[in-house]
Design a protein around this ligand. Structure first.
Ligand code: X90
Length: 276
């Protein structure tokens, strides 16, 4: 039996990671160029080109074909998608699932609308992998992953919401209040799967302190943590140390955001997926 894990590229998928995950790429689009968020994308180059670029930029979710390619010819596909409240990604995955299952009635696809993104999706992919290795069947895995989703959360620290506002994914008034030099916004993915800013902090140090407080308020007690940063390894490292000083046994791993998350989290952004 051939089983595959799939995700859209907001899950920050790398070719050498475990578990192995097949990615359906998001796109970052300008009038001049389309950046496909796959293994070949040079993210620093994209970010520096976008900095120079004066026109509008936007993003696009994976097409139905992108998802079908990620499914390959697997007998069973388990996947995760970015929140359906900010992207057409889940919808596109569901169309792909319907086409795939119609063409191959013996095959099965389940895609979870995570109402989140980035490192929370990473935790969910790791859980699928564990459940598969434990030998559970399709229906059990589907019900167990939905249960696990109730225990996983996403918080963030960002220094700009410009690209969110430009793309109509956050209120421009809220975004403007954040874009002041040195201000960090700390918030979470809401229960509805939207961006919920919660605290404005002066400077990164205070931002990180607030980030940890926010995790604790959401029920963090030393479970798994997955960090994803946009070219800010110092913040990720400091934050890891802060968590470990309170919860010395926590399992913490850090990755670099790929294209889509770097575009929205912007320079220095830190995303935190964790278990309550
Ligand atoms: O379909 C598309 O064009 C993609 C749109 C994606 C919009 C959201 C990207 C979020 C990236 C930023 C910080 C965390 C926010 C959490 C909200 C659920 C990561």
């Amino acid at each position: 039996m051939n089983i595959r894990l799939v995700s859209d590229s907001s899950g920050n998928i790398y070719p050498d990671q475990t578990p192995l995950v097949y990615s359906a790429p998001m796109k970052v689009v300008t009038m001049q160029k389309e950046y496909v968020d796959n293994d070949d994308l040079n993210v620093p180059e994209m970010l520096s080109e976008l900095k120079q670029y004066k026109g509008k930029s936007s993003t696009a979710c994976p097409s139905v074909d992108d998802w079908l390619q990620a499914f390959g010819d697997s007998d069973i596909v388990y996947g995760v998608s970015i929140t359906s409240n900010l992207s057409g990604c889940y919808n596109s995955a569901m169309i792909a699932k319907a086409q795939y299952e119609e063409a191959h009635p013996e095959k099965k696809v389940f895609i979870l609308d995570t109402l989140s993104t980035g490192p929370e999706m990473q935790l969910l992919l790791e859980k699928y992998d564990e459940l598969i290795k434990e030998g559970f069947g399709f229906d059990q895995i589907v019900s167990k992953i939905k249960e696990y989703l109730k225990k996983t959360h996403l918080t963030f620290m960002l220094s700009s919401l410009d690209n969110f506002a430009k793309n109509g994914r956050v209120n421009p008034v809220v975004a403007k209040a954040v874009g002041v030099l040195g201000i960090r916004i700390v918030g979470k993915a809401s229960d509805e799967g939207t961006l919920e800013p919660m605290h404005k902090c002066r400077g990164e140090r205070k931002g990180l302190v607030q980030l940890l407080e926010t995790m604790k308020a959401l029920g963090y007690k030393g479970g798994k943590v997955r960090l994803a940063h946009s070219y800010n390894p110092e913040a990720a490292e400091n934050f890891k140390d802060m968590i470990l000083s309170v919860f010395p046994k926590a399992s913490i791993k850090t990755v670099l955001n790929r294209g889509l998350c770097c575009y929205y989290a912007e320079e220095g952004g830190l995303l935190v997926g964790f278990e309550s």
